[in-house]
Design a binder for this molecule. Sequence first.
Ligand code: XMP
Length: 517
Amino acid sequence: MNSSGSFEGVLIVSFGGQYTHLIARRVRELNVYSEIVSYSEVSQKLIDELRPRAVILSGGPSSIYAENAPRVDSWLLELGLPVLGICYGHQLIASMIGGRVERGLGEYGKTEIEIMSMDPIFSGWNSKEIVWMSHRDYVATLPEDKAVILARSVETGYIAAFRLRNRPVYGVQFHPEVIHTPKGRRLLENFVIGIAKAQRNWVLGNIIDTIVEELRKTLPQGEKVLCAVSGGVDSTTTALLLKKAVGDRLVVVFVDHGLLREGEAEAVLNMLRNLGLNPIYIDSSKEFLRALKGVKDCEEKRRIIGELFAKIFKDIAESDKDIKWLAQGTTYPDVIESGFAPGADKIKSHHNVAGLPKWLGLKVVEPLRYLYKDEVRRIAIALGAPEDWAYRHPFPGPGLAVRIIGEVTEEKLKIVRKASKIVEEELMKTGLYRRVWQAFAVVGEDRWVGVEGDKRAVGYIVTIRIVESEDGMTADWSRVPYDVLEKIASRITREIPEVTMVTYAVTSKPPSTIEPC
Ligand code: XMP
């Protein structure tokens, strides 16, 4: 897989570390393309295809002595390409050159290191610096004829960084990609730009041109592409890129499944028309709500919604035989996560990744499959989308159906719509909206007894979920000020009489997911 076109980037080999995406993003922040592959995919053929300027070996949860520990072959170190091993990658390189890795005391969190031998990778670093560590195994010895020790931890004396004598191959025990290593970005810049001499050409204009060029190559003349737009940033940006690439051969459709937020259908239609996307508008809300009647199970709701969407696409494609393609707004984290975990449990079937039914008979094109959300947002703005809209929170394809626990009913839809609007309004007023990843209300089956005047009244419980995240893969609940929460809660119970209790969700992802179902 390679969409990089003219971009010679950095290849990041993943050993399953939780910060692998962060490494890729840090490299892209230097305006250098980066691509993640699993260690098991590394081959000479892949290197020839991708032509990376450098390779970074990520961290990972394994011990290199474990049975079936993930490894790469030593030829990777002999290509003359600059290589940087981080944490597990550092230990792996050490063991590949004959060093010894042992179980140690463990270093976790902020750790002081001392640079023993200055090297261009530490350009701009002082002789003592704070870095962020997270490891128990450590590199105990290195063959002196092959490697130079560059830095050690002050407290434990463990090797914190080394370099091979005859090649630009480095290992660092700490994590330069996390913000808790204050000079980490500088180290990555020293490696990627200073040592590997990568070109800083991953810039907006080039990215858009490359995607448009690729789309023109992929979509032959005479074939049309159907793009279902939800009004979200990903699908709308997909449509904008396609319009640039194939003009009138793009067919945009906006399906109202009746599970949208308050006022959303009109707002989306206006926005799409202003962007010149002129969508076909299909109001299928009755059909979706009928199909969901009595359905309580989350996965079943998702399946029904996905299938109904696919049926609508099929009808449109049958009415215009030139439609051969379906465009999807799949982004990079979705691609990596779904591709890397073949045996992993399905947590939720996001229907843009879970695959489309074979009977649809359309080929799939995914112009955003190499982009992170922040890159998508910047492209949207560059292509004329209003900035406020480009920074809207992600909204799941199955809409409010996944924010309603149990059966989707008119009453619950009304509650969740009104409550979510209140959450958004209050966050916008306080300027918190842009600082958080998602903020919404959830309603379920449970009830709480309330007091209305002098009477007891049994009402719904609404849960507020506000999370911070970089890409939705992991998330932390947002510590919004109590007075903002209080304002939200009191407005919800005042303005929605069916609600008698408001709760705030304080569990991160993992162990929870962001959406309740
Ligand atoms: P979870 O709930 O899995 O969500 O932590 C991670 C991110 O994905 C969004 N999400 C979905 N998006 N179809 C989508 O297009 C879905 O079925 C779906 N489920 C979750 C969620 O809003 C969050 O940003």
